[in-house]
Design a protein around this ligand. Structure first.
Ligand SMILES: [Zn+2]
Ligand SMILES: [Zn+2]
Length: 353
């Protein structure tokens, strides 16, 4: 991948793959290249994932609790039980109860034989900028513990030093969450420029890089090996590359409000995964089922100025129409005629199963 702003090459940190391809249950597994962890967007059928892959998942983001998006929770739980782990689930209002109901379907009378604890923290977006949180813990037989409410400024639902995830409440039959996964900017130090200033490279650069990554103002004071300087005078010592951004949008009605919300959430995404359940000639059915057509998916990706679009959640009634549906998405996404080779690549994107 090349950075939009500078054209410099950036090694991607996120490696996404659709667990069940374009037709099966929605589940996007995002491998994090530089860490041991992985993320999941939606928990449809997860059987294609190995136990090892499932154990690496630290966060799962659930669009809504229709069965094709949530049935895989049990597969994940199966490998987690008996391990010392903490995982996070984020989804729409109702997720805390839904997880509780799933957990209560099993008998946990043997938990006292374990000394490992599994902690499942669940957060549901109850308003565009408000989360409600609860915890289920293996050693209490998954009794529900309330964790109260928390702010989710701008829809920020998860944040670690390596990534953040924003969500927007979209309309399907009920609410369905759309997600954007972003990596912080990459800050690289120009060693020669540091030395030209008569400074030595060293640990003092770490707070400088962090201040720039976190968007600190120019008057922030940075400690140098011999004194201090304002951040604004040090910016030319580093180059800043935008981080990677992925969008995940599924099960939404084609409405102006949904289109605007997705364009804002997924603005400039490197890759936008977006449902396209129905073909262009099935607009009425798509309306009736509160899903998108291929054309709508392509137009929305275009409005978001995504660099690439990966449609999925193709309806099983469109089995055998994959090539045609990909062309319909591509035609709406990039309305200028494309050489066939490009259209072909979209159907065989790296990492797709
Ligand atoms: Zn649905
Ligand atoms: Zn669905």
């Amino acid at each position: 991948m090349r950075s939009k702003r500078t054209g410099l090459r950036v090694t991607p940190s996120f490696h996404p793959r659709l667990v069940n391809g374009r037709y099966g249950d929605p589940a996007l597994f995002v491998d994090r290249a530089h860490e041991r962890g992985a993320l999941l967007f939606d928990l449809g059928d997860l059987h294609p994932l190995s136990a090892r892959d499932l154990l690496r998942v630290t966060h799962a983001f659930v669009s809504h609790m229709h069965m094709d998006h949530f049935v895989g929770f049990d597969s994940w739980l199966r490998v987690l039980v008996g391990r010392e782990k903490q995982v996070d689930l984020v989804g729409p209002e109702g997720l805390i109860d839904a997880v509780g109901h799933k957990l209560r379907a099993y008998t946990w009378d043997l938990v006292s034989r374990y000394d490992t604890d599994l902690v499942i923290d669940v957060a549901e977006l109850v308003a565009p900028d408000r989360l409600r949180r609860a915890r289920y813990r293996f050693l209490t037989g998954f009794a529900r513990e309330e964790l109260g409410e928390a702010d989710a400024p701008g829809g920020l639902v998860a944040r670690t030093p390596a990534f953040s995830v924003h969500a927007a409440i979209l309309e399907h039959h009920g609410p369905s969450l759309g997600f954007a996964l972003t990596e912080p900017v990459h800050v690289n130090v120009w060693r020669n420029r540091v030395e030209e200033r008569g400074l030595a490279v060293g640990p003092w650069l770490k707070p400088l890089k962090e201040a720039i990554r976190d968007g600190a103002p120019d008057d922030t004071v940075i400690t140098l090996p011999d004194g201090t300087a304002e951040l604004g005078t040090l910016r030319d010592l580093v180059s800043v590359e935008p981080g990677q951004k992925l969008g995940y949008i599924t099960d939404i009605r084609d409405t102006p409000a949904n289109r605007a919300a997705v364009a804002a959430l997924c603005d400039g995404a490197d890759t936008l995964f977006i449902e396209a359940s129905f073909a262009a000639d099935e607009a009425e059915r798509a309306r009736d089922r509160a899903h998108l057509t291929t054309t709508a998916a392509g137009e929305i990706a275009r409005a978001a100025q995504a660099r690439r679009v990966e449609p999925f959640h193709f309806s099983s009634r469109n089995e055998g129409r994959e090539a045609e549906m990909l062309l319909e998405v591509e035609a709406a996404f990039a309305p200028t005629p494309l050489p066939l080779s490009r259209a072909h690549q979209v159907g065989h994107a790296p990492g797709m199963t």
